[in-house]
Design a protein around this ligand. Structure first.
Ligand code: AGP
Length: 606
């Protein structure tokens, strides 16, 4: 989840590099740095903390030249410090920036130190600078050096290297971590994603795994791992908004909560055919051929997968296995019962999910990428893409992408059910009509900020909180707990309501906040009993439910209601108050809402 940028052949390039780093700010980081090549010298500034600290340093000590590299770091190996910040330099001659993990860095470091190299950081990445220095010192050309270094390293990387004696030239390479190469007029660029380059060019080459390239102002030479020149397609990327702004809201997260009606509507539009009927990117016969689905995701996206399992199994009668992406490929799963794998990822770059999807593909499953970022690695590698259209989600805590994922998944479940002959076309169209009502219903829940604010205030002092949900609301309880802990740092745990009596009810003590999700569905009575058990032991019940179910519970301390909704769609609607509660609690606590501590927007390490 680091961000790398680079420029060759652009006058006064340091401002451009800073601007590109700002476009990567949403990825999360704890330090940043810039190196500029000028007249055979490499000048570097690095700063801990927010990017504004580096900008300030650049104002005080400007660096000028027409080629350079920039980096935002999310620490994996080595603490947060200036000396561990990238770029890393070796012998005052070579600089590198890197995103990923060099898994054999310890052995390489021992070997290089044995040859007299002295290291200045605790990072795995620094070995790259010394490997390139050694390659150049041995007289290798840029292309030979790229091949040599690629052959020595194991792990994941998007890297760029420059040498003081080779002006206006950089060597880049990638394996698993994303890297885009931008082609300009008399200048060339690199970035961790096309958004970082959107203000510079729309002509982009996405390197493939184990590609490396030599980049100069006049163009790019790409090679495969064997050193054979290869052609990679130049893609014209959509003119992105570049640096997305907050639109008058206090935080990106607040803005994105409010954007959910549009996010849902746009995603629905992508799942609706020209005749206005429900339509997925899969042809009906392809849907009918699906006889088992593996869902691969992490975090919030995993909870979307868990909701989808209720929908798909109850409507289409197709078995679904929800897998935590980082666990999937290492447990040597049995895949024979499944015909397709759905990788769900807002960023389309979560390495855990990408590697799990690759594993499923290698096992013969057809892969579908449910992603929010067009052109992301998962989108490009999946056999087929089922897009969410939530627009750029900048807040690290996922909100509009989650409800957009649910919208796409419920649409997919209904289309699959009809293709499998489990529901009639008329029933499919009836449910599709109900789904079309979601944007306005979600819009009406956005008025709950004032109702929820006092609740959020009362939560700020809590040491812990429980979230309970039953059946299709259980994953929403998990999502609510994740939102609270990742934003306000309050410990929270989600449980299936019915599971409480099997142990977790021991946690209940006087005044413990219990956020309870309830819908007027088949399990409402049982869910109410589970809540009664918690209330009877002193739990503070905070009930989030639909209007018609509010009277079911007379022992709740607080009740937040949303409009009455088809039980099938309750998970989408009840998520919104859960998001608002987490946002307002974090706001009251004064945490960094858009970039909570230790977190990054896309986790591109395993
Ligand atoms: C959600 O609020 C978190 N930021 C995190 O759990 C996130 O959902 C997870 O890292 C998966 O990201 P992805 O959807 O981009 O793959």
């Amino acid at each position: 989840m680091c961000g790398i940028v680079g420029v060759v052949g652009l006058e006064a390039c340091s401002e451009t590099i800073l601007d590109s780093l700002k476009r990567l700010e949403y990825r999360g980081y704890d330090s940043s740095g810039i190196v500029i090549q000028s007249d055979g010298a490499l000048q570097m500034n690095r700063a801990v903390g927010k990017l504004r600290n580096l900008s300030e340093m650049m104002r005080e000590a400007p660096l000028d030249g027409q080629s350079g590299l920039g980096h935002t770091r999310w620490a994996t190996h080595g603490g947060v410090s200036e000396r561990n910040a990238h770029p890393h330099m070796a012998g005052d001659k070579v600089v590198i920036v890197h995103n990923g993990i060099i898994e054999n860095h310890v052995a390489l470091r021992v070997e290089l130190e044995g040859k007299g190299h002295s290291f200045s950081s605790e990072t795995d990445s620094e070995v790259l600078a010394h490997l390139f220095l050694e390659a150049f010192d041995n007289g290798l050309s840029a292309q030979q050096a790229g091949k040599e270094v690629m052959a020595r390293i194991e792990g994941t990387f998007a890297l760029a290297a420059m040498h003081a004696d080779h002006p206006d030239m950089m060597i880049v390479a990638r394996n698993a971590s994303p890297l885009a190469v931008g082609l300009g007029e008399g200048a060339s660029f690199i970035g961790s994603d096309a958004v970082a380059l959107s203000h510079l060019t729309r002509d982009v080459i996405y390197l493939k795994d184990n590609d490396y390239a030599v980049i100069r102002p006049e163009g790019v030479e790409v090679f495969d791992a064997e050193g054979t020149p290869v052609n990679r397609e130049v893609v014209i990327v959509a003119a992105s908004q570049g640096v997305v702004d907050k639109g008058g809201y206090r935080h990106f997260m607040e803005k994105e909560i409010h954007e959910q009606p549009d996010a849902i509507a746009h995603t629905l539009a992508a799942m609706t055919g020209p005749e206005g009927k429900l339509s997925t990117p899969l042809a009906r016969e392809d849907l009918a051929a699906i006889d088992g689905i593996v869902m691969l995701a992490a975090g919030t996206s995993h909870y979307a997968a868990m909701v989808a399992r209720y929908w798909i199994e109850s409507l289409a009668r197709v078995p679904v296995s929800c897998e935590i992406a980082s666990e999937y490929r290492y447990r040597n799963p049995v895949t024979g019962a499944f015909s397709c794998a759905v990788a769900i990822s807002q960023s389309g770059e979560s390495l855990d999910t990408l590697m799990a999807m690759r594993h499923a593909g290698e096992a013969g499953l057809r892969t579908i990428g449910l992603v929010n970022v067009p052109g992301s690695t998962i989108a490009r590698e999946a056999d087929m893409v089922m897009p969410t259209r939530a627009g750029p989600e900048i807040g690290v805590a996922s909100t509009k992408a989650f409800t957009a994922q649910l919208t796409a998944l419920v649409s997919f479940a209904v289309a699959l059910a009809e293709a499998k002959g489990q529901i009639s076309v008329a029933r499919r169209d009836e449910i599709h009509a109900a789904i079309q009502g979601l944007p306005s219903m979600v819009g009406r829940t956005l008025g709950l900020f004032d109702d929820i604010r006092p609740l959020a205030h009362s939560l700020t002092a809590a040491r812990s909180a429980l979230y309970l949900g039953r059946d299709v609301l259980f994953p929403v309880a998990l999502e609510g707990a994740l939102k609270l802990k990742e934003l306000s740092y309050i410990h929270a745990e989600g449980f299936a309501s019915g599971e409480m009596k099997h142990g977790p009810i021991a946690l209940i003590e006087e005044g413990l906040p219990v956020v309870a999700l309830l819908a007027a569905d088949e399990v409402m009575g049982k869910a109410a009993s589970n809540l009664q058990e918690a209330a009877a032991r002193g739990g503070r019940i905070i009930l989030i439910t639909e209007e018609r179910a509010a009277s079911t519970i007379d022992f709740a301390e607080s009740v937040i209601t949303v409009p009455n909704v088809d039980p099938l769609l309750a998970p989408v609607l009840l998520t919104v108050p859960v998001q608002i509660l987490a946002y307002l609690t974090a706001f009251e606590k004064g945490t960094d809402v858009d970039q909570p501590r230790n977190l990054a927007k896309s986790v591109t390490v395993e």
